[in-house]
Design a binder for this molecule. Structure first.
Ligand code: 13P
Length: 242
């Protein structure tokens, strides 16, 4: 159960959130991904709790003249354990492609970070009936070049772009169908055991009042939550559904 805070909260607000946030004890990994500037404060505030901290992006080289970028060794050094890669907002506004997603995922894995790799179709793609074609391409180009050992260490997040921040959640059945399709792709490439073991999160307008229906689907292994992860009580209620 991961919270993607996007470009919200200062480091002071991050510390306040973590002090207040009381998720129920559960088997799920509980991850918060604040902006880069808040990572150190978040790691410190979460020490001794079950909360793990992740970043929202990473560059694929270790260091160099790349103004504004942050590398995997830097994230590891600050105490990050997770990193979101290929979020649709990065694809839409910052030129992220399946090729850069792959490079970033490999770089994160080399440092022992756990990537949450995002895929998902845009509204016009769903309306054109090409959801599966889009997911297949994102998997083929952005994920399937990973070795089986590398693949075993990633989490996939299915986030239909039309459901992000819009209040329009995919129905549990629609989300489960997309997850099943992705799992089929994984199975064809890496085998059934890898497909069964891979955690696929759903993201897109997940809220306390719709999370139970989503999590009731066997295909849905967790959630990547945007807006509703910004409030400690709301995110705790979402974690409780896992
Ligand atoms: P919302 O939950 O705000 O729709 O955002 C989803 C998301 O993009 C998580 O990465």
């Amino acid at each position: 159960m991961a919270g993607n805070w996007k470009m919200y909260k200062t480091s002071g607000q991050t510390v306040e959130f973590i002090r207040t946030f009381a998720p129920p004890a559960c088997e799920a990994d509980v991850v918060i991904c604040p902006p880069f500037t808040n990572l150190a404060a978040a790691v410190q505030a979460a020490a001794g709790t079950a909360i793990e901290i992740g970043a929202q992006d990473v560059f694929w080289l270790k260091e160099g003249a790349y103004t504004g970028e942050v590398s995997a060794p830097m994230l590891l050094a600050v105490g990050c354990r997770w990193v979101i890669i290929g979020h649709s907002e990065r694809r839409q506004y910052f030129g992220e492609t399946d090729e850069t997603v792959l490079k970033k995922t490999v770089a994160a894995l080399e440092e022992g970070l756990k990537p949450i790799v995002c895929v998902g179709e845009r509204l016009e793609e769903r309306e054109a009936g090409s959801t599966e074609t889009v997911l297949a391409k994102q998997f083929l180009q952005g994920i399937s070049p990973l070795t089986p050992e590398q693949f075993a260490r990633i989490v996939i997040a299915y986030e239909p772009v039309w459901a992000i921040g819009t209040g329009k959640t995919a129905t549990p059945e629609m989300a489960a169908a997309a997850h099943a399709f992705l799992r089929g792709q994984i199975g064809a490439h890496y085998g059934d055991a890898a497909a069964a073991a891979c955690r696929i999160l759903y993201g897109g307008s997940v809220k306390p009042d719709n999370v139970k229906g989503l999590m009731a689907q066997e295909e849905i292994d967790g959630a990547l939550v945007g807006g509703a992860s910004l409030d400690p009580a709301s995110f705790a209620a979402i974690v409780a559904a896992c």
